[in-house]
Write a protein that binds this ligand. Structure first.
Ligand code: HPA
Length: 272
């Protein structure tokens, strides 16, 4: 069975399990866990039960698709995402994005945690991704092009929809949420960066660095799906005063940023 056939079969399966026909897709990364509480849930489908979905590792074991209503719009939310560093290849990482597009979503919303390379950022600030630099080790579009989804050489001149960035910045300002616009550098992980790598990322124009999102955005843009993405800045990556990263501190910072991020996404979706 080809990849496209798998996407179609998975889509048909999901549509047999829920009557919800989502208008928007959300990837609930770090910092957006609480958004689930604002969704009026109609159906939940655990990843384990969905044909062709990547097989769960321990970390994403609890993963599920959540169908329901948020801010008056029908949505599908991925609770738990697949990271390249867990051992999935990029086609597996991005399989759910293909499926969400086939389910009919018109826009994709993504969140993540990222290190603040721009030293004017503070821990627990938010950064709306305005552009990105792909430093990951594999591209999800390599191999024969999937013509039914998009062209061979997808345009990347404006990967993140300008109108949604402006709307989100407006929402942040109106609510006193500390929020920047910036460039996200995507790496494969799972190790954090060396001091020399942080210096490199800052010099080439990165404002934040993280281990997700880029593959999903590339595949979304291949399908001409408009994207909005936002990072919770969880640590300051100052090469001259670099502290040892503690994952507990990163998670605490993400939790601190959660309220503002949830608000921005909810109000942004309400406006679409
Ligand atoms: N690098 C990569 N990913 C991250 C970081 C970082 O410094 N902080 C949080 N996620």
């Amino acid at each position: 069975m080809t990849y496209s056939e798998k996407v179609r079969e998975t889509t048909t399966y999901i549509q047999s399990k829920t009557k919800v026909r989502p208008q928007f897709g959300i990837i609930l990364g770090t910092g957006l866990g609480a958004l689930v509480n604002e969704i009026s849930i109609v159906d939940e489908i655990s990843y384990d039960s969905i044909p062709h979905f990547p097989v769960s590792t321990v970390e994403s074991h609890q993963g599920k698709l959540i169908f329901g209503e948020l801010a008056g719009k029908s949505v599908v939310a991925m609770q738990g995402r697949f990271h390249y560093y867990e051992g999935y290849n990029m086609k597996e990482v991005t399989f759910p994005v293909r499926v969400m597009k086939m389910l009919g979503i018109e826009k994709l919303f993504i969140s993540n945690a990222a290190g603040g390379v721009n030293l004017s950022f503070q821990v627990a600030d938010l950064m709306i991704i305005e552009d990105h630099i792909d430093l990951t080790k594999e591209n999800p579009l390599t191999g024969p092009n999937l013509d039914e989804f998009g062209g061979r050489f997808p345009d990347m001149s404006q990967p993140y929809e300008r109108k949604m960035i402006d709307e989100a910045m407006e929402i942040a300002r109106a609510n006193g949420i500390r929020c920047h616009e910036g460039v996200y550098a995507g790496v494969s992980g799972p190790n954090l960066e060396t001091r020399a790598e942080y210096r490199f990322i800052a010099r080439i124009g990165g404002d934040a660095v993280g281990m997700s999102t880029i593959p999903e955005v590339i595949v979304a843009r291949h399908m001409d799906l408009p994207v909005f993405a936002i990072s919770a800045i969880t640590d300051r990556c100052d090469p001259d005063h670099l502290e040892k990263v503690e994952i507990s501190k990163i998670l605490a910072a993400a939790a601190q940023a959660e309220k503002g991020m949830t608000r921005i996404i909810r109000e942004l979706i309400a406006r679409q």
